[in-house]
Design a protein around this ligand. Structure first.
Ligand code: AMP
Length: 282
């Protein structure tokens, strides 16, 4: 496995693999790799011939009061995971490599970035789409792999690729959960033991939502009320949003119908957690 620290070196390695006719897979991450990331890596290893994993904590997607500085960076452990999984290249640039001077060119996906997390993290998606556009230009993959855990991000990236005719395919992989249902996240390690236990209510609230829709309840306000009731059992929780939206357009639904995305964001203490489920309401 190669560790490429510069844009020039990763381009050279990918170019050589392309010349041998290899299909390039790409998994962009911020590191602190866990079984969620590993599931994307395994999909990439299965579906392509030469896999690049990027490890880059992207400053432009963090707000000024968010956890950029304290975001975990266990780089050696991450390399070990990638080595074991048969990755060809880990690309680990510095912020100065990716943003050598004031960045004046931004990619902004409209509408889809407004609801859900967009309301609470101004500028976040602009940072995500811009860094992904840069990384796609640097790595030039045939397929890039993203997680359903970040449902809005996945939809936004897919739309950017379609709207800008970027020559790659986006594959979305299912959310990986802990045995008790909590979606695996690098941020779960911020939780105290008690908060970690309470956090299981997030997925429980989404399961309740699934049950209600499957039982024929369509009034989304009624469903949202039940989700909130469960989340409010977490003493230190501050609910950012509970939304039931069209899974493609992310528009709010009064009545659950078609492919529905139920998404929540909750702050437990100072740790912000998100989760979602897809439900077929027909
Ligand atoms: P991050 O390092 O948090 O930027 O995540 C990198 C990629 O891993 C993103 O595409 C995430 O959606 C995906 N990911 C993070 N957690 C999970 C999970 N629990 N299950 C599946 N994919 C995940």
């Amino acid at each position: 496995m190669e560790v490429a620290k510069t844009i020039k070196s990763v381009r050279k390695l990918v170019k050589a693999a392309c010349a041998k006719g290899k299909k390039i897979g790409f998994v962009p991450t911020m590191g602190a790799l866990h079984i969620g990331h590993v599931s994307l890596i395994e999909a990439a290893v299965q579906q392509t011939d030469f896999v690049v994993v990027s490890i880059f904590v992207n400053p432009t997607q963090f707000g000024p009061t968010e956890d950029f500085e304290k975001y975990p960076r266990p780089f050696d452990d991450d390399l070990e995971i990638c080595r074991k999984k048969g990755i060809a290249v880990v690309f680990a640039p510095t912020p100065e490599d990716i943003y050598p001077s004031e960045n004046l060119t931004w990619v902004n996906v409209e509408k889809l970035t407004e609801p859900l997390c967009g309301q609470f993290r101004p500028g976040h998606f602009r940072g995500v789409t811009t860094v992904c556009a840069k990384l796609f230009n640097i790595v030039a993959p045939d397929i890039a792999f993203f997680g359903q855990k970040d449902a809005q991000q996945a939809i936004v990236i897919k739309r950017m690729v379609a709207d800008l005719n970027m020559p790659l395919e986006i594959v979305i992989c299912p959310t990986i959960r802990e045995p008790d249902g909590l979606a695996v996240s690098s941020r779960n390690q911020y939780l105290t033991e008690k908060q970690r236990k309470d956090a299981t209510l997030i997925y429980k609230s989404l399961q309740k939502c699934r049950e209600m829709i499957e039982a024929g309840v369509t009034d989304t306000q009624e469903i949202i009320g039940q989700i909130r009731k469960i989340l409010n059992q977490i003493p230190s929780a501050k609910i950012e949003y509970v939304s039931i939206v069209n899974a493609e357009t992310l528009e709010n639904l009064d009545q659950a119908a078609g492919k529905v995305l139920a998404a929540v964001a909750v702050k437990i203490g100072s740790t912000r957690l998100i989760d979602n489920i897809l439900v077929d309401a027909d």
